[in-house]
Design a protein around this ligand. Structure first.
Ligand code: SAH
Length: 382
């Protein structure tokens, strides 16, 4: 495959490995993961992407002004809050990049100001676009400091005229001095307020505030491996911890007796409950709350789990969560991680307390960046 180049590579903080051949990137990621996980068990080769470009189904643009006062939209520089004006990105879904450019060029005529991080003035902070890999649905979220968007109906009309494939437009209000992109409140401007997409043969509703893996093609492979590692026979009670909108649990539910999902984010839990109905999945229940607290309470009630599938955020799991696993003794734990460092820490603890890592497989979900996802299989017994 011919290597692609990007004029922003040196400045932009999104890619770290674009100057390496893709095979080299995979090797580099393998040696990083292997170094961390080798003490616990075998690490398979990194599963790469057939065509590692334009894979991001969630595209985030930050808005600012350049020195001459022109409105710019793009990506932060590495470890900085300086914005690089990006005309084209090799990672982003092309439809999303085009919409961002259109919005950037529309702002002046609609007298929409852009937010200034230092002064705190200005209306538009970010634009977030979600595209359905299979469905083709497109959700545009305008992150504003106030609920009032000047001539909002005309703005949406003008945007849809250029991009008739947009299926929904939402305002998200973020009026806090924060590095978090999204605030909690959404106002619907057009369409349903979410997208639906298909993953592993199931339908999922995804709202602006819910987590969803950004590389759908690779996620399907990752989840298939997670299900393989879970080795379900139809008799098991499974916990899908840190479940988001219920993706992993819903796929596991076909092969298990019962699945319980737990997730902290309220919007994601609401999506997960709808998703269970959409997929006519009757053996799954979702709960909102902290995964550690939830499983600890299950352990205290003396409940039984056969398999735990867990997919915590970058910070990893909690001691509370791992202690409850150690207490409940599920025969299998399938751990999905987007941060091999915290995964290794959690493995260090759990492998001293009755579990053994059988095998781990890294997946390249974040091609050209330094990030890598890992799924690993843990069994009881030393
Ligand atoms: N399994 C899902 C989501 C994984 S991302 C998927 O593959 O799509 C990690 C998820 O953990 C996010 O949805 C986040 O909201 C959730 N989360 C973060 N801290 C949590 C906690 N303490 N307890 C439960 N869920 C948490």
């Amino acid at each position: 495959m011919d290597k692609m180049t990007c004029p922003y590579y040196k400045k932009c903080g999104a890619c770290n490995y674009l100057d390496l051949d893709y095979e080299e990137q995979l090797k580099k990621k393998y040696s990083y993961v292997n170094k961390l996980l080798k003490p616990f068990g075998k690490v398979e080769a990194v599963v790469g992407m057939h065509y590692p470009y334009y894979y991001r189904n969630k595209v985030h643009a930050v808005f600012d002004r350049d020195r001459r006062g022109n409105i710019i939209a793009g990506i932060y520089e590495e470890e900085s809050h300086k914005v690089v004006n990006v005309e084209e990105c090799l990672l982003e879904d092309k439809r999303a990049s085009a919409i961002i450019k259109t919005i950037r060029d529309m702002l002046k005529s609609f007298k929409i100001t852009v937010y200034n991080e230092k002064s705190g003035y200005g209306l538009l902070r970010h634009v977030l676009i979600r595209t359905g890999h299979v469905s083709g649905q497109i959700l545009v979220t305008l992150v504003l400091t106030s609920p009032i968007l000047p001539s909002k109906n005309n703005f949406v009309k003008a945007l849809l005229k250029v991009h008739p494939d947009i299926t929904s437009v939402v305002i998200n209000i973020n009026d806090k001095k924060t590095t978090m992109v999204l605030g909690e409140r959404n106002i619907l401007l057009y369409g349903k307020g979410y997208i639906e997409d298909t993953l592993c043969g199931k339908t999922f509703r995804i709202s602006p505030n819910s987590f969803y893996q950004i590389n759908s093609a690779q996620t399907e492979k990752l989840y298939a491996k997670a299900i393989e590692y879970a080795a379900l026979t139809g008799k098991e009670t499974v916990l899908d911890a840190y479940c988001g909108i219920g993706t992993i649990g819903m796929v596991a539910a076909d092969k298990a007796k019962r699945v319980i999902g737990v997730e902290l984010n309220k919007a994601a839990v609401a999506d997960a409950k709808v998703n269970a109905k959409l997929n006519k999945c009757n053996n799954i229940q979702f709960y909102q709350g902290d995964a550690g607290k939830f499983i600890e309470e299950m352990a205290e009630r003396g409940e039984k789990l056969d398999v735990v599938m867990m997919d915590p955020p970058r910070s990893g799991s909690s001691k509370e969560f791992l202690d409850a696993i150690i207490k409940m003794k599920p025969s299998k734990v399938v751990y999905i991680s987007c941060n091999p460092e915290t995964l290794a820490e959690d493995l260090r603890y759990i492998t001293k307390n009755g579990y053994r890592m059988e095998i781990a497989t890294p997946y390249d979900l974040f091609c050209h960046t330094r990030h890598v996802e890992v799924v690993c299989s843990l069994n009881r017994g030393n």
